[in-house]
Design a binder for this molecule. Structure first.
Ligand SMILES: [Zn+2]
Length: 138
């Protein structure tokens, strides 16, 4: 598995990371955030990778067929594999973020109140994921 085949889902675009994980180019105005596959993460890979827009376009065209193959496998609950994986990934982000808040002195109930509040906002889970990612780098 290489970095291209590790990409599971395009999460969005951020200006908080300015280095392309693919080619190493720096000082980018923005990067495209991809969540990686469970297999990739299981092998110790990062949960999120950040690609410059050129590399992101290349990656998406290579990955498009594979994404379509995955989406076409609808499971018994009516969720595609990628949707299920997204749901699991969102839950993991929420748990990790609650843990992050507890480490910063919040009680667990407070932490979950905060997580639920952020989750209810636009791109809330993505913002929590980005913050976790950045705090891991810092
Ligand atoms: Zn690049």
């Amino acid at each position: 598995m290489n970095l291209f085949t590790s990409l599971a889902t395009q999460i969005g675009v951020t200006d908080e990371v300015d280095t392309c994980s693919c080619c190493g180019k720096t000082n980018l105005k923005r990067t495209v955030v991809f969540e990686t596959t469970q297999d990739w993460q299981g092998d110790g890979g990062d949960q999120f990778v950040f690609f410059g827009t050129t590399c992101a376009t290349n990656a998406k065209s290579k990955a498009k067929k594979r994404f379509n193959d995955i989406r076409s496998k609808v499971n018994a609950e009516g969720l595609t594999e990628s949707e299920q994986r997204d749901k699991a990934a969102r839950e993991k982000v929420k748990v990790d973020y609650a843990r992050f808040l507890v480490n910063r002195g919040h009680s667990l109930p407070e932490a979950w109140d905060i997580v639920r509040h952020i989750e209810s906002q636009p791109n809330g889970v993505y913002r929590m994921a980005t913050k976790l990612k950045l705090s891991a780098i810092a």
